[in-house]
Design a binder for this molecule. Sequence first.
Ligand SMILES: [Zn+2]
Length: 273
Amino acid sequence: MTEFRKEQITEHVYRIYGAGDACMYFIQGSEGALQIDTAYGLGDLKSYIDSISKTPYQVIVTHGHADHANGIGQFSKVYMNHRDIELYYSRSDISIRRRLLKKTIPDIDQYPDSAFVPVFTGEFLDLEEGMRFDLGGCSVEVYAAPGHTEGMMVLLVPEDRVCLFGDACGENTFLFRPEASTVYEFRETLHKLLSMQDRYDRILRQHGTCESPKSLVEENLRTADLILAGKDDHVPFDYDGFHAFFAHKTDPSTGKRADGISGNIVYAENKIR
Ligand SMILES: [Zn+2]
């Protein structure tokens, strides 16, 4: 049985924890609400959100990866950028989800298929840069942030001065799967996230510590520049069948940078330029 729980982050923003290593967010305004991401689709997320929401709500998925989008099968309409639709369908098989969840739920094979949310049969509504959701007392602005995936989007809640990054820019930004942009292209996204920094004080993410100071963007940018100059540490890292590289040396026991700085990039050789 998958349990869900929430933690209040700001006046309107809650972090939602379920099964696995990817958290979610819920933003509650006086007139409406948004569920941000749906994790792996294990357990009854919809009943939980129905029980906590004080208003009607809509569902947004920051990008199409299996650990963010696979709960959408419980909903009839979901906002996601169209560039990630194919990616979602290619990663929604229950066997893929079992494999990814094994690390955090070692007995995942004991769970019956019926514990998993089935593949989405509803309607995708396009989530595009420039969109704004007015929830009453707080709003959510949508920005394209390609890099981690082509359809990766970040969400700014200006009234609460937080920016929800999803996996757009993290302590280890993954840029090695086929759906990732190049490091060169990702720099554009980092410049955009930097240019917005007078409008947010906190970065909220979906993995690990789930929060970072604003300096994370600049650390990723400096890291991208090092990779492009061929001056990064270039430490081999094999993950989920991919041959990738950490730009900065990490402490193997924590996966964090050995020099104590937060922002790192994990990239493939063919994803530099
Ligand atoms: Zn992702």
